[in-house]
Design a protein around this ligand. Sequence first.
Ligand code: NIG
Ligand code: FE
Length: 428
Amino acid sequence: MRGTELAQALLLDNIGQLATPTANWDDRAGPRRGNAMREVDIVPEAAVFCRDGEIVFAGPREEVVRRAEALVDAAQLIRFDCDAGVVIPGFCDSHTHPAFVLPRLTDFEKRIAGATYEEIALAGGGIKSSVRSVREASQAELEEQIEFAFRQMALQGTTTVEAKSGYGLDLASELKSLRAIRNVANRWAGTVYATFLGAHVVPAEYKEDRAEYVRVVCEEMLPRVAEERLADFVDVFCERGAFTESETEQIFAAAKRHRLLVRAHVGQFTAAALQRFSDYHPASFDHLDYVDEAGVDWLSAHNTVVTLVPGANFFLGQKGYPNVRRLMDAGVPLALATDYNPGTSPTLSMPFVMSLACTQMKMSPAEALVAATINGAHALCCADRKGSIQPGKDADLAVFGVDDYREIPYWIAGDLCLATVIRGELIA
Ligand code: NIG
Ligand code: FE
């Protein structure tokens, strides 16, 4: 039990529809796949009672209200009337890049005029242009940007966020980015998992000696990040124009030596040999626009979550999206995330990402909900506390002003989140 200062009791009353990934799955067994990705438990006319930051009861309204009133004095109970709206678990946005300072408007215009993401990057735009401004920025400026992002996320129903560095690409700027993430995480009500992405691209000064940059990441940056406990995960952009598979393996091996978990950007433009990374048990492989049969087989037999980020496909104006049916039919567990970043996906909205998942990738609303909540939690290794509405889990919830959870992806860019509850605290 936590201290009395957290002993706050909150009753979310008058819920028209409570919708959560099914209770009929043991998340200790791994991320949800197959039928478990399609099953949503629905309770009409419901209530949720939270105390000390956790969910105590959730279910039919009369029963929950009666049990809550039996446990807590009416004077101590904070009641929130959900106005017959929908309550779902708070979103777990398991892939974001919030440590940047400027939008990339020139890249935006170039792409509108016909240039591709890779062409822009080769011409010195892209990730490298964000690096210039992050190196010049103070930690306070970065904190301001990150805090703005986390607040906006919470207003749209996100309660758990993964946040990557990766626009510093030298020791001082990567540490500055991760310290900024940590400081904002300490001020923000939601839960943050930090990821060290020193291997985002090879910075210009190492263009002629990429092996030396990989060494700096492994032997200079990673030990400092681990020592200061600045990250939970290490990520690598494993792709043509970024890092090779063998460089990725080297970086994963260094992460393992420092007891950090790994994840990777893979298959955004070309397929990678996923089975090569088996020994490192990646928590998540992200993008997966391109994946070969051996990769699909590997994924269906492992607990690595595939995190899809359709905001990037949409913003880059791509016609193609990852083949969700092929992955789902093979039993691959899928999560959805914003990939919030200035180059490919400047959105903070998980409801919008769900809309893209349904309209562009043909996920059902139920699959999109599971992917955006519990499987996002699996991608961050926190499904024991997050991602579904179960007694004993953290009271992280989102209230939407709609009648049916399927309206969340239906009303594109609808901005219908009425309130968010983060560890039992109401953020209206
Ligand atoms: O997930 N692909 C690599 N990283 C980001 C893009 C970063 C950027 O362009 O600034 C992504 O799409
Ligand atoms: Fe990304």
